[in-house]
Design a protein around this ligand. Structure first.
Ligand SMILES: Cc1cc2nc3c(=O)[nH]c(=O)nc-3n(C[C@H](O)[C@H](O)[C@H](O)COP(=O)(O)O)c2cc1C
Length: 394
């Protein structure tokens, strides 16, 4: 006989809904009245589903940490298993996968609220709206859209922020530098128009990978394990972010999905792709943002969760360090690209679940955090890249 137990980290929340009033229905009307219902969240599937009081009772009857015999012919239990709310030791492939995810979730030291956030905000197969609906990208939103938006949501909060009643205001010396790093910082910008014909020299790709993701020093962490020194800061010097270059047009390197092997400054091929496959994969990964999929190289950033959680042990702030680490790497990429005269971008609008599947990752063990990219800018201006008026304070 097979056994069942409750999945780790099952969340239940209350949701407002509307129910048809039976009285009104009998009188031939259709009156809706507000009602509350329970919704169960499975961090293993990333899905929500309404939970009946009967289902809740069954869920409570199976402890999280103890296996119990699976009742025969029980459609409620069957449904809870399928929804990742109960786990079983049966060898059905889908149920087995959920059980493995549950075990990994326990053993990789996820904080329960971090896993809730991560699992429930992860995209699969999402396509962001086509232009011109993506008005936030345009230099100025189309009049009509902007007017509608403000009518619905009110005006935007003020762009600059100041204290209402500061105890003191001190004007600071103002001297902007425009050489070296200062000039590079000022050239940094998001590129949304890459040259579709151009190839990126492999030397430039190598420079980017080494400068942004390469290792410049080591110190002992524990036994044989090392803390790494890179050009970006990282919580605990652990550097849990990995980079998988998706290469579209690099001189002398076949298009494909690769992993950057930091130890040797080498590319490991995950899979070769033809031009069309590479381009459609890139578009899917960045959720239909074709202007980013046109870059010569995309860099898929993933986090090896346990590299961080080994040290932080279910710490409630550990997950946020992974997002910050990825953000630092993307800024370093922007700067290196600016220094090389290339364009760069970063996006959080990514189909993380699709990336993980394609890379063959167990999503609880290693997951996509962001995608950035770099390449040769197209000539001329793109209407997707706002032009900024120069600004100086005072
Ligand atoms: C975390 C993060 C997520 C972003 N996601 C997107 C995105 O999904 N699509 C996009 O076109 N730009 C995205 N951007 C780029 C911003 O729109 C861009 O940085 C901003 O417009 C300022 O332009 P600049 O980078 O040229 O200064 C993102 C930037 C950051 C930091």
């Amino acid at each position: 006989v097979s056994r069942v137990c409750r999945a780790p980290f099952v969340f239940v929340r209350l949701e407002e809904t509307e129910l048809l009033e039976v009285g009104a229905l009998l009188r031939g009307g259709t009156k809706l009245s507000p009602a509350s219902r329970l919704v169960a969240l499975s961090v293993l599937t990333g899905d929500e589903s309404p939970l009946t009081p009967e289902e809740l009772e069954r869920l409570l009857a199976f402890p999280e940490s103890e296996w119990a015999d699976r009742p025969a012919d029980d459609p409620v239990v069957d449904s809870l298993l399928e929804r990742g709310l109960l786990l079983t030791d049966e060898d059905d492939p889908q149920l087995e996968r959920l059980r493995r995810l549950g075990e990994q979730l326990e053993s990789t030291q996820w904080h329960r609220h971090a896993t809730l956030f991560h699992a429930m905000t992860r995209w699969r197969g999402v396509e962001v709206p086509e232009l011109p609906e993506r008005a936030e990208l345009l230099p100025a939103p189309p009049e009509e859209y902007a007017a509608q938006f403000v009518a619905e949501f009110g005006p935007p909060p003020p762009h600059f922020y100041e204290l209402e009643e500061p105890a003191l205001v001190i004007d600071l010396p103002f001297d902007r530098h425009d050489t070296g790093l200062y000039a590079t910082l000022r050239r940094r910008r998001t590129t949304r128009a890459f040259d579709p014909e151009a190839q990126l020299p492999s030397e430039q790709l190598a420079t980017i990978l080494d400068t942004v993701f390469g290792c410049y020093g080591t110190t002992e962490l524990q036994g044989d394990s090392l803390a790494l020194k890179k050009t970006s800061p990282s919580a605990g010097s652990l550097h849990p972010i990995e980079v998988y270059p998706l290469l579209l047009r690099i001189a002398g390197i076949e298009p494909g999905l690769y992993h950057y092997r930091t130890r040797d400054h080498a590319l490991e091929r995950v899979e070769a792709l033809d031009d069309e496959e590479a381009s459609s994969l890139a578009t899917r990964f960045v959720a239909g943002q074709t202007y980013f999929a046109g870059a010569q190289a995309l860099f898929l950033l993933t986090a090896r969760f346990y590299r961080s959680f080994w040290k932080y042990r279910r710490h409630e702030r550990a997950y946020s360090t992974l997002l910050l680490d990825a953000g630092h790497l993307s800024q370093t990429l922007y700067l290196v690209a600016a220094e090389l005269g290339l364009g760069a971008f970063v996006t959080a609008a990514i189909n993380g679940a699709d990336i993980e599947e394609r890379l063959g990752l167990d999503p609880v063990v290693e997951g996509a955090i962001a995608v950035c990219g770099a390449g040769v800018r197209a000539a001329g201006r793109s209407e997707l890249e706002p032009e900024y008026e120069p600004y100086e304070p005072r």
